[in-house]
Design a protein around this ligand. Sequence first.
Ligand code: X2X
Length: 345
Amino acid sequence: MKFRRTLLGLAAAATALAAFAAPALAQGNYKAEYKMSLVLGPPTPWGMAGKIWADLVKERTQGRINIKLYPGVSLIQGDQTREFSALRQGVIDLAVGSTINWSPQVKQLNLFSLPFLMPDYAAIDALTQGEVGKDIFKILETAGVVPLAWGENGYREVTNSKHPVKSPADLKGMKLRVVGSPIFSDMFSAMGANPTQMSWADAQPALASGAVDGQENPLFLFTVLKMHTVGQKYVTTWGYVADPLIFVVNKEVWSSWSKADQDIVRQAAVDAGKEEIVLARKGLVEADKPLLKEIAGMGVTVTQLTPAEREAFVKVTAPVYAKWKPQVGTALVDKAEKAIAARKK
Ligand code: X2X
C-alpha cells in the first residue's frame, strides 16, 4: 500500500515537473515578444520583408503575436553563418534569411549559388515558385525549421575600387570580400581573384579602410550604403548569382501557436514575400533600369556585360559548377535546370 502511494506520488510529481519543464512551448502559451533575425534591416528590401511580416502578424492577431526585429544578425553577434543553427536551437524565434547564410548547414541551398544557373528573374521564379521550391521546403522541414514563404535578396553584382571589370583577367589578384560560404571562395578563385571570406559586419569596415578592393551584393545595398563614398567606383552587372530569402519559424515556437494563428503567420509571410520581391527588383526590371542610372549619377562607372563578355565568366566558373553539382544533389540540380529551361520568359 505504502509502495503504491509512493508510486502515485512519483507520477503526480512527474506530471507537475513536465508541466513546469515545458512552459513557453505548450500550445496557447505565448511569449510577450518573439525575436526575428535578419542580416539587413529596413530600409533595404530584406529589412522591409521582416518589417512587413511583423506588422501584418501583429495587426492580424490583434497583438497576440508581437515580433521584434534584430537586424545585423545581432542575436548571434553578427555571425550570419550561424543563423540556421541558432534558429534550430531556439536562440532565434523567426527569421528572414538568405539561402547563402544557411547553406553551411543545409547544403542543398547552394543550388542558388551555382554560378550562372539563373539567367533572369523568370529563372529564379521557376525555382522558388515551382517544384524545386517545394522540395527545398521539405528539406528545411527535415532540417528542423518551419519554412513559410520566399522573398529575395537579389542578383549579386560585383563592385570594386580599382578599375572596370569586363573579363576574368580584370579580376586578377583583386582582393574581394566574399560571404562565408565555401562555394564563393571557389568561384572567385576560379576567376583569378583573391577572395577573402568575412561576415557582412566585418565587410563594411574592410571596405571603408581599403583592406579589400571590392565585394558583391545586390545593388540596392550600394545606394543605401552609398558605397561610392568608400571608394567603390566600378560596378559590373553580370547576374551570376541571386540569393532568395526564406521566411521561417522555429519549430517549438510554431507548435505553441493555435492553428488559427499559424495560418495567419503563414499567410502574412506569403503576403510580405510577394511585396518584398517587388521592392527587391525595383529599378532593375524596367527597360531603362533606373537603379543603374542612379548609381552612374553618383560618379560610378557601371559596366553591363555583353553576352560574349558574360560567357567568358561562365566558362571559367564551369568547373566550380561541376564540382558543386553533386554536393548540392545531382537530382535536385537536374530538376532545377529543367525548370529553368521550361520557364515562361
Ligand atoms: O553578407 C552579405 O553579403 C549579405 C548581406 O548579402 C548576406 O547576408 C548574404
